[in-house]
Design a protein around this ligand. Structure first.
Ligand SMILES: [Zn+2]
Length: 158
């Protein structure tokens, strides 16, 4: 069974997203106390059981100009659009939606984007909206699987 990485935001909050149904849950905990710890989680919505490990957010960021897509599940119809990623770190990214879009803080989205590395690697992952600017949206990675993590880690090496 794979272990899902969960990032701790600030001092006391971590968002766990069910890899099976996408349901998210915010837990409050002392960052210093849970960092590096694992926990067994059972999704209340779909019953999926999985292991998570809590991690502090990496600091290193990179300015980028990458193309991608966002996808948002809505009760009244799913929303899908293009975006430009221009700030990327192991913790999250900032993007500018291309065309009309509306987001709210705490929205859970799926995004994919293509790195401009030699392999033109595609990263696809779940994110949570953390800040909304006039033109851009800041999101945190909710799930980063081992593959995506390796790709980004390599891509973001100074
Ligand atoms: Zn679930």
């Amino acid at each position: 069974m794979s272990v899902q990485k969960v990032f701790i935001s600030g001092k006391s909050e971590a968002v766990i997203v069910c890899g099976k149904c996408g349901q998210s849950k915010t837990i409050e905990a002392d960052a210093a106390a849970i960092r590096g710890k694992t926990a067994q989680i059972r999704c209340k919505t779909c019953g999926h059981s999985f292991q998570v490990v809590f991690e502090a957010r990496a600091k290193y960021r990179k300015d980028t100009a990458l193309e991608g897509h966002y996808f948002k599940k809505r009760p009244d119809g799913d929303e899908f659009g293009q975006m430009a990623v221009y700030d990327l770190s192991l913790g999250g990214l900032r993007f500018e939606p291309i065309g009309k879009a509306s987001f709210e803080l705490g929205d859970v989205l799926t995004v994919d984007f293509q790195l401009d590395d030699a392999k033109k690697s595609i990263v696809r992952t779940g994110v949570i909206v953390r800040s909304i600017g006039e033109r851009d949206v800041g999101v945190e990675f909710a799930i980063l699987d081992e593959h995506a993590r390796k790709l980004l880690g390599f891509y973001l090496m100074p």
